[in-house]
Structures are given as C-alpha cells and as structure tokens.
Design a protein. Structure first.
Length: 572
C-alpha cells in the first residue's frame, strides 16, 4: 500500500512556512520532527525551524537558527548555515559553502551558487575543474526574487539586493543594489533614495524577498515621492521592531484591550492578531493559535446589528489569519426590502456598514464552507446596481450638517464588503472619484479631530479601488494621498503605536490597537496608490486586504472561485 501523502496543513506550511513557528498543530510538529530526522549529513537545528517536505535538502552540513525555514521546492546542498529568523523561500537555490546571518530573507527563485567551473579552452566545460570560495551574507539582508549571487561574494549587513539582480562583486554594508551586473543605488541610511529606487526599482517584499507587481506607469514619479518613500520605509522598520511592545502594552491579565485601562471586547483580540500577522507573520507572542481560535469562535455574530455586525468582518478575517474559520455558515436570509429600510438619508455610514456585514457574511460562507449563498449575492448586487447614483457614484445623499462625510464613509464600508471583496468593478468609477475629491477638500474632516483613521481610510480605499478602473482624477488624488501620508508617518508613538485620532481631544487621541491596525493598513493603501508600497515590507491580509476574498464568475452563473488566500500576492 502506498503511504499517504502530506495533508492540506502540511502542503500549506510548505509554501507558507512562516506560519509554523507560531501556529503549527501538534501533528504538524511531529511530522516536521520526522522530516528533520530524515535529513542527511550533519545537522544543528534550533527550535521552531521548518524544512519543507517538498524541499530538496541534501547538505553535508546544515545549521539553522531559531525560527528559520526552508520553503517548498527550494534546492539546498553543501555546507549551509542559517542564522536566526533567516528564511529561504520557495524555489530558491542555495548551494555550496554558504553562511547567512540573522534576519536574512532570500526571495523565491533566487540562486546563491558558491562554486564555479573553470573556462580553460583546452577541455570541454564538463571536464573543467571546479572552484568553491563560498558566499557570506551578513545580518539583516533582503535578497529579492530571481537574484543570482556568484561564488566568492560577501553581502554586507543591512543591505538590500533588488529583484533580478546579478551580484558579481562584494556589496558593502547598508547598500541598496540592483541590476545586471548589480550596482549600488544608494546607502540604505540615506533619507533621500534615488528616483529609481522610489519608482519601484526594488520590487520585492523585505519580509520574504518576494517580487511584487510593478506599479503602473502613472504612479511612478513625483517630486514628493523619494522623501515619502524613505520615510515610509523607516517607519515600517521601526513599527516591526516595536510591535511586541505595542501588543504587550494592551494585554491586561487575560485579555487584549484597545488601550490600557479600557474594558475588554472582541475587536482588540482581532486587532492584535492582524497587527502581529501584518508585521511579524505570526500570532501574537505568548498566545497559541488553538486558544485564539477557541476564543474568537465564541463571539456573537449577526448581520445588520451593531457591533455583532462588525464581528463578521474582524472575527472572520482573524480566524482566517489563524488558519481557521467560523464553525458554521452565517445566516444571511434577508429580503431586499431590508436594504431599503436602512438609514440612507441621514446615516449612510451605518447603512453602508450593514451592507458590508451582509456582503462579508456571504463571502465568508462561500469561502469557508462552500455554502451556496449565490442567490443572496445576486440579490444584494442587483439591489446595489439599481440604487447607485450615476451622478455621484454613491448610495445616499449629503446633508447640511456634515456634507459628504456620511455618504463617503458609507460608500467605503459598502464597497469594501461587496465590490472589492468579490473582485467586481464599481458601477460609476469616475463619478465616484469626483465625489471623493470634492469631499477631500472638506477641512472639517481632515484636520484636528477629523484627522482620524476612519475618515482617511474611507477616502483612500475608494480612490485606490476606483483607480483600478480609471486614471481619472489621478493628479488630485495623488496630491491628497501625499499630504495624508506625510501627516500620519510622524504620528507613531514609540512602544505604543498609533492613536485612532492622533490630533484629537478625547480618548481616541490615545494610541491603541484599533488605531494602530487601521493606520498600518491606511499607510499601505496610500503608498500603493502612490506607487511605492513595496518599501514597507508588509501587505494587509485581513479586513483591509487588497485582494478579493472570493470571485463569482460573471459569465457563468453559479460558479465561484476562491480569491488569493491573503498570505501574499507577492508569491513568497
């Protein structure tokens, strides 16, 4: 009888090995222990390392520091040493005498080749003598996807090697290099990167080395971009270093709280999980995945009803980040008349939030349980199509008290849970952008108390979403995005994170988990709209993920396919 192959959990870990240290089940750990015992040669493996079953690892010597991993289909031979938190991503080739420091990231399809053939003309290539000088990579180095590093090279600490580079000479510490052959673009400590760097010459995720799609041409140049790109990169590094402090500050006794001293609730747990996943790609330190899943599954879930409606979003995505889901499908059996009864006239934000919870419940049922909620989906999308205003692109109307605020904020929630989550185009993208740009000029909303995470998110996500369909209003949108980004990057509080309303006058001006989770996502959206989100080294995978959760085919009714799993569209 043929032995059974690896189960879904093992296959997932092979390609998402960063999930092993913080979230592997006991059965996965036992299987990994057996995998490690089967390795040939001399091994010295620290706790929580992971060697993919699908990786070809045939080393004479292999040393791996804490939390290091080798991903699926990597090819690793020779005498190889990995420091702590050092990762060889899927399909990479690492061969010969190679020493990697702590915190090194090697992207997919990269090749580190610590040997060479002679080229004397008196014999065929296959009979040439072979030399091997070795490759050394210092601490805190990011090697992008498809990079080739030749024998005898030393990569200095804190350096970045851009995707596709061919490294033929030693790289000094703190260098950013790219090209074939690789050349130095700048010093990483320089606050003013070159225009080529800001424009996306380095198109890989520093957390994984994986290649990101190049931004479209219209996002490539701006006089403000180089400074903002450098500030954004520096911010992301600081946030990643301090995330442990931010989370521990808001854990009191047996529960996460949004801010120290506040009562417990469901959302702070979800925010903590999202923040940790975003910056560290693991569950919050000190919390087991199983315990977090059990806790979240007790949360009250209900569409169209207050906080329980938001639990559909935050709990559903937090469970997904933990590799789980709701135990049962969510009840979304609603008549379309229920949508008409929502408070569109005076509280369009609340109405949009209700639609968001319905759309997300339908998407979760399809994604998590293959529950055929397509009738409800078609009913909901049909209602939205008929009710959208072709003049404004919105649902609802402005009012004298707060202008477009309710309508725009409701538009974000509504479209996030429907059009964005199902990968569908907006019905009137240019009209939408006109309304958003008009609203963006309302100083009441973007200064003082109004400069808060909701108000900025509720403009940048629709601008980003509509921008997938049209370049209309791009210059005005970019100017606003640059202003918002420059404002928020200076508001991080060391060891505490972001306040929801950093210039506010009430409790929302105190740093907390909600503000931190939302502003981290907003910064990604702002930088992606401006064309340099790659410098952050993170990409949202939860409530604010840029990819659809599921896609329902537009040409074949009743057919749906899962969207990207959110682990990364960067293919690491």
């Amino acid at each position: 009888m043929t032995a059974p192959g690896p189960g879904p959990a093992v296959r997932r870990l092979d390609f998402l090995p960063w999930e092993y240290a913080g979230g592997a089940a006991e059965a996965d750990r036992e299987r990994q222990a057996e995998r490690q015992r089967e390795l040939s040669g001399k091994t010295d493996l620290a706790p929580d390392v992971y060697v993919a079953e699908a990786a070809a690892v045939f080393c004479d010597e292999l040393r791996m520091g804490e939390r290091s991993y080798i991903g699926a289909h990597a090819y690793v031979t020779g005498s190889v040493a990995l420091g702590a938190d050092t990762t060889i991503n899927p399909f990479a080739v690492v061969r010969g005498r190679i020493t990697l420091g702590d915190g090194v990231r090697i992207g997919a399809y990269a090749s580190l080749l610590a040997f060479n053939h002679g080229t004397a003309p008196d014999r065929p290539i296959f009979r040439q003598s072979q030399t091997s000088l070795g490759i050394t990579v210092g601490d805190d180095v990011w090697i992008g996807s498809n990079v080739t590093i030749l024998d005898g090279i030393t990569i200095g600490a804190h350096s970045i090697v851009g995707a596709g580079a061919v490294v033929t000479k030693n790289v000094d510490e703190w260098s950013v290099v790219a090209g074939n052959p690789a050349r130095k673009l700048r010093d990483r400590r320089d606050p003013k990167p070159s225009a080529a760097t800001a424009a996306g010459a380095i198109t890989a995720d520093p957390a994984s080395g994986a290649t990101a799609p190049s931004p479209p041409p219209f996002t490539r140049s701006s006089a403000a971009q180089p400074d903002l790109a450098a500030l954004a990169a520096a911010f992301a590094g600081k946030a990643r270093e301090q995330v442990g402090e931010v989370l521990s500050r808001c854990f009191e006794g047996e529960q996460f709280v949004d801010q120290p001293g506040l009562g417990g609730a469901v959302r702070p747990w979800c925010d903590a999980i999202e923040i940790s996943d975003l910056l560290l790609r693991r569950a919050p330190e000190g919390h087991s995945t199983d315990d977090l899943i059990r806790r979240l599954r007790t949360a009250e879930i209900s569409v169209l009803e207050g906080p329980a409606g938001y639990h559909v979003l935050c709990v559903g995505y937090a469970l997904q980040l933990l590799g789980s889901c709701f135990e049962h499908p969510i009840d979304v059996a609603l008549p379309s008349s229920a949508f008409d009864e929502l408070p569109w006239a005076r509280n369009a934000w609340s109405a949009g939030a209700a639609i968001d919870s319905v759309g997300t419940a339908i998407a979760r049922n399809l994604n998590d349980h293959m529950d055929s909620s397509e009738d409800q989906h078609f009913q909901l999308m049909g209602w939205l199509t008929v009710r959208a205003d072709p003049e404004t692109g919105m649902w609802g109307q402005p009012n004298p008290d707060d202008g477009w605020l309710q309508v725009v904020n409701g538009f974000y929630r509504l479209t996030r849970g429907t059009y964005a989550q199902f990968g569908l185009p907006l019905p009137y993208p240019e009209a939408t952008i006109r309304t958003l740009l008009l609203h963006s000029q309302d100083r009441r909303v973007f200064t003082g108390d109004g400069f808060n995470a909701c108000n900025v998110l509720d403009v940048i996500h629709p601008l980003w979403l509509a921008g997938q369909q049209t370049d209309y209003g791009r210059a005005e949108g970019r100017a606003w995005a640059e202003r918002m980004l420059s404002e928020i990057l200076t508001r991080w509080i060391d060891g505490a994170g972001f306040a929801f309303a950093p210039d506010g006058t009430d409790d929302r001006a105190t740093p907390g988990l909600q503000g931190t989770e939302m502003w981290l996502a907003i910064i990604w959206l702002l930088t992606d709209y401006l064309g340099f989100s790659d410098v952050l080294g993170y990409r949202p995978r939860g409530v604010h993920r840029p990819e659809p959760l599921v896609r329902i085919g537009s040409t074949s009714l009743g057919r749906w396919t899962p969207g990207p799993d959110g682990s990364s569209p960067l293919s690491y």
